[in-house]
Design a protein around this ligand. Structure first.
Ligand code: ADP
Ligand code: GN1
Ligand code: MG
Length: 364
């Protein structure tokens, strides 16, 4: 689809003149473009056409992001030496004072300042980077801990709820809308064999042993920007910031930061969890949060990567069986390839689980 990015840019109260716009990044949800302005001293921008099939209530989505970014910015202002434009997303208002616009074709768009001189990684090749990613998420959670009421909107209900995800998975298997179930029997078996043990985090929550906190819920590593020296800079992609368990953020970050291969690697022998990257991320994360987590939260941190990697695998496999209606795909078998790689990663985590537990115990 071609969009008139110059016209859309014109709806917003931005400084600078539109020069050009190009698709940007490798997110699976929105259509994201980088807009360059003509003046070298003016900011560049990120324009996003929002995915309204997935985010059904755009006013609530944008309200969350506005509240979260205002809260973070107020905190940063009090910290000497912070670089506010680069350490926190900044939504650009429209001429009407809203944080998004609807174009003449009914598409919803929002605009952010483009965070300059950042490094973004789809996978991580050094413990130092993993450590910095952990610090970024730990700090993010700490800064949001005192968000004033009301609670944030639940932008996607039951987002990480594995019971609901498994219900959807089983429903699609029964329905088999595009005749793909027969080809994925082995993957289905792998998922179902582990279904029971994955419910433990929900159970601990129901029993009141772990609290709901404000979590990011989409901490894959390319949503954590590092600066030009690979130091923690900014956590982006705030669409799913809402109440959750800390395990969701810790698990999803390890799923991506400690994987030796890409999320969709087709050569499964390359997919492993690197325990050194796990340890480095955990060190960075706990350097910011160890004082606030309760004992049960700490005890189950090592389990979190297994849960979230499994959950995302279930979602990829569900989407494959459903005929690819949720995640953006680049070829016909993409969701299956992603699911297989994630299940392989679950296996690698299972093999190293005792060591993961030892590391967390030592750090806490
Ligand atoms: P999606 O939900 O589709 O993943 P994101 O909000 O994560 O969308 O944006 C996609 C990509 O665009 C990010 O992974 C990142 O590379 C880039 N990006 C998003 N916002 C910014 C920003 N403000 N500055 C720089 N890059 C950004
Ligand atoms: C999506 O938005 P993005 O690309 O950062 C998805 C996450 C998945 C991830 C898998 C709103 O993340 O939940 O973990 O893909 N986001 C949404 O790569 O569903
Ligand atoms: Mg993203």
């Amino acid at each position: 689809m071609d969009y008139d990015l110059k016209e859309i840019f014109g709806y917003f109260d931005a400084e600078g003149t539109y020069k050009n716009g190009e698709p940007y990044g490798s997110g699976h949800i929105h259509d994201t473009f980088r807009v360059e302005t003509a003046e070298p001293d003016k900011d560049n921008y990120i324009l996003q056409r929002l995915n309204t099939k997935i985010f059904k209530n755009i006013p609530e989505l944008q309200d969350n992001i506005e509240r979260v970014t205002v809260h973070l910015r107020n905190k940063l202002k009090k910290l000497p030496g912070s670089d506010i434009k680069r350490e926190c997303l900044k939504l650009i208002p429209s001429h009407e004072g809203k944080t998004w616009i609807v174009d003449k074709d009914g598409n919803n768009w929002r605009m952010y300042i483009f965070i300059s001189n950042h490094n973004s990684y789809n996978f991580v090749d050094s413990p130092d980077k993993a450590f910095e990613g952990g610090k970024a998420i730990g700090r993010f959670q700490a800064m949001l801990a005192d968000m004033p009421a009301p609670p944030l909107h639940e932008t996607i209900p039951w987002f990480h709820n594995i019971e609901k995800r498994l219900e959807a998975f089983n429903g699609k298997i029964k329905e088999d809308p595009v005749d793909r179930v027969e080809g994925v029997r082995a993957e289905i078996k792998f998922v179902l064999e582990r279904a029971e043990e994955m419910k433990i985090i929900l159970k601990l929550g129901d029993e009141g042993k772990i609290p709901l906190r404000i979590t990011h819920n989409d901490t894959k590593f390319n949503n954590i920007l590092l600066d030009e020296n690979d130091k923690a800079l900014c956590v982006i992609d705030l669409d799913t910031v809402m109440p959750g368990y800390v395990h969701y953020d810790f698990g999803d970050a390890i799923r991506t930061a400690a994987n030796t291969a890409s999320e969709d690697e087709h050569e499964l022998s390359k997919v492993k969890m690197d325990i050194k990257l796990f340890k480095a991320y955990a060190e960075g994360y706990l350097s910011e949060t160890v004082g606030t987590l309760n004992d049960v939260e700490k005890e189950y941190l090592a389990f979190a990567p297994r849960l979230i990697t499994y959950t995302i695998a279930v979602r990829f496999l569900t989407d494959y069986i459903d005929g690819d209606n949720y995640f953006k795909i680049h070829h016909k078998l993409h969701n299956l390839q992603r699911a297989r790689a994630q299940l392989q990663l679950v296996l690698s985590m299972e093999e190293q689980y005792e060591e993961m537990r030892r590391i967390i115990k030592k750090l806490t």
